[in-house]
Write a protein that binds this ligand. Structure first.
Ligand code: FAD
Length: 462
């Protein structure tokens, strides 16, 4: 009989939910209604949009339509790394939008500062902390990658600290990694507390929230947009689509993203001795530098959240609920955990869960409008949407109002990414890319296929 890993004893639900003392629950929409702004999706993007719209237009009727529960998808399942970036990092900005990289990098850092100010202003206890992030390298070419990363950061005046030997051991002491780059300006949040904090702030400003209200159709009318739900119709003057990795309501957006599953294990709380044994004394988050990378951080009660590595695509964009639990992946990432933390002697796992990432071929979000400018959408955040959704919300409101701003002028947001090919080519392309990315992690050599994708400006990651 095969022995199951320790992951098998873990609760198969996102841990974050248990940390919310009084979650916001909202009724389903039962009757036809009219409003100024309808927002489809009750994750970070939808809730930031609702809150910012209520702030900018206090007299407008705003309604959020969430198909399941607020934060049930990516916004309640993520690692809570809250980046000072809207471009999936400095290197991604430089590679894909060299001419606007400086603006993107500045806006990303300003967005994180404004994010923190907003939490204070709205009184949201989202577990926000800014302890920094340690990027670690386990191979010589990854160490070179960290040096290039440091040089790229320095070009934009961003301070980092390169760590090796004892200096690294003092921050993180494991046999797996040989160098680190510490970036002090990086935040963490508690995702579920952020969701419910945003929801409460939106409610307090008069926004109507509806859960269990899936929008199944959208069409333009003479004076607005009509949304179809199971029990009622919504007539809205304007609509924001914030549906992330779900099947987009606008058909033309469907080839622009693919759903990639990402999985997490959460350890039992670590004692002070256990934290000392792994040399991880601070609160900073950590991520390794592989193509297949792990990201890890501590919760408020010092559990290790261990996410990433596997990025699973299922044929035909399958998004079925049961795919959120994947023994094969948990077994693999448990092994990686044990190799990284031998000093923890097989500590138990309390929770395991999966979530879907809306991967775009550029690893960043894009936005746009439809139906004579009455509908605005943003998607494609690709694993770095915790802070970028706040920026996207402001962009969506700019777009609906027809404002010409620094946000609406960004090519990164206004140009749609390269579409993914249809099946069966899509599955094959993802499989080839993943195979070559895994090989590159072992050999440091980038394949011809990946170099061709680089040339075409197409990336694959989570
Ligand atoms: C496992 C995992 C780890 C991650 N870790 C990080 C991280 O550490 N840092 C980071 O920056 N990012 C991370 N991300 C990405 C980040 O979570 C997302 O980019 C972000 O939450 C996207 O927010 P959203 O509101 O656009 O999407 P979601 O939170 O997915 O919300 C979309 C909502 O729309 C609803 N919806 C969809 N279609 C309809 C419809 N037709 N009608 C009504 N409702 C609908 C869904 O039910 C859902 O609640 C991670 C993602 C995952 C899955």
């Amino acid at each position: 009989m095969t022995q199951l890993g320790r992951y098998a004893d873990a609760t198969p639900e996102p841990y974050w939910r248990e940390t919310v003392a009084s979650p916001v629950r909202a009724p389903a929409l039962e009757q036809d209604t009219a409003c100024d702004l309808a927002i489809v999706g009750g994750g970070f993007a939808g809730l930031w949009s609702a809150l910012k719209a209520a702030e900018q237009f206090p007299d407008r009727r705003i309604i959020v339509l969430e198909g399941a529960q607020l934060g049930h998808a990516a916004s309640g399942r993520n690692g809570g790394f809250c980046a000072p970036s809207i471009s999936h990092g400095v290197s991604n900005a430089l590679d894909r939008w060299p001419s606007e990289a400086e603006t993107l990098i500045r806006l990303g850092r300003e967005n994180l500062d404004a994010y923190e100010e907003d939490l204070n202003e709205y009184g949201i206890d989202g577990g926000f902390e800014r302890p920094g992030k340690l990027n670690v390298a386990g191979t010589p070419w990854q160490v070179d990658g960290l040096r290039s990363m440091q040089a790229a950061y320095a070009r934009f005046g961003i301070q980092t600290e390169f760590l090796e030997g004892r200096a690294l051991d003092a921050r993180f002491n494991t046999p797996k990694y040989h160098a680190g780059l510490f970036e002090p300006n990086y935040a963490l949040v508690n995702p579920a507390r952020m969701v419910h904090g945003l929801a409460k702030a939106a409610l307090a400003r008069g926004v109507t929230l509806c859960e269990n209200t899936s929008v199944t159709g959208i069409k333009g009318t003479s004076d607005g947009v009509q949304l179809v739900t199971a029990r009622a119709m919504v007539q809205a003057k304007q609509v924001i689509l914030a549906t992330n990795a779900a099947v987009p309501l606008l058909k033309r957006l469907r080839p622009a993203i693919i759903p990639i599953f990402d999985y997490t294990l959460l350890s039992a709380p670590l004692s002070d001795e256990q934290q000392a044994a792994i040399g991880w004394q601070g609160r900073y988050g950590i991520a390794d530098s592989g193509n297949q990378f792990h990201y890890f951080r501590k919760t408020a009660d010092n559990r290790i959240l261990w996410g990433g590595y596997d990025a699973i695509y299922h044929y035909g964009n399958a998004r079925d609920a049961q795919l959120h639990d994947r023994a094969q992946t948990y077994a693999r990432i448990e092994q990686n955990f044990d190799a990284t933390f031998p000093a923890l002697n097989g500590i138990g796992f309390s929770h395991r869960w999966g979530g879907i990432i809306d991967t775009s071929a550029r690893l960043t979000a894009f936005s746009g409008t439809a139906m004579q400018g009455r509908v605005a959408y943003a998607m494609g955040f690709t694993g770095q949407g915790v802070s970028a959704t706040r920026f996207a919300a402001l962009t969506l409101l700019d777009l609906l109002e027809g404002r010409d701003t620094v946000r609406t002028r960004l090519r990164m947001l206004s140009r749609r990414p390269m579409p993914f090919p249809p099946e069966p080519l899509r599955s094959l392309a993802v499989k080839w890319a993943q195979r070559d990315l895994a090989r590159e992690d072992l050999t440091g050599k980038r394949s011809l296929f990946l170099r061709a994708l680089d040339k075409a400006g197409v990336g694959f990651g989570s």
